[in-house]
Design a protein around this ligand. Structure first.
Ligand code: FES
Length: 129
């Protein structure tokens, strides 16, 4: 089952798509780790739940203009680059792969991925929301 490069994927059912309407985000706990699953106008993005600034819970924030807004200091985090400000490249969201199958969001919890490797699709079995 190992792919031979990097960690083998570990797909876990996290939520149903209906739990996260466009413009919202939800905090989910999977195998002891917290994730924020964001719906950016129909595009799902999965990031680590803890805000890179001061560990606010991003899954308790909201999504607007392609960013997840942290509920603590209201900084917007770009859901394509992971940055809040290009001048602060050390503060960056952690991204995870996801797939949507039959209305359910699965997250590959094996390892974070660089945002440029995500492809920004909804996964091979995506069904348009
Ligand atoms: S803790 Fe998220 S912006 Fe400060």
């Amino acid at each position: 089952m190992h792919s031979g490069h990097g960690a083998a994927p570990e797909w876990v059912h996290a939520i149903d798509v209906t739990q996260v309407p466009p413009g919202s985000t939800i905090r989910v706990q999977v195998r002891g780790q917290s994730y924020a699953i964001c719906n950016d106008a129909g595009r799902f993005v999965v990031v680590g739940n803890l805000c890179p600034h001061a560990q606010g819970s991003l899954g308790r924030g909201e999504v607007a203009n392609g960013c997840v807004i942290c509920p603590v200091h209201r900084w917007p985090w770009n859901l394509r680059t992971g940055l809040t400000d290009p001048d602060y490249p050390h503060m960056r969201l952690t991204f995870y792969r996801h797939e949507i199958r039959e209305g359910k969001v699965y997250v590959d919890v094996s390892t974070p991925v660089a945002p440029e490797h995500l492809g920004w699709g909804e996964g091979p079995a995506a069904s348009a929301p």
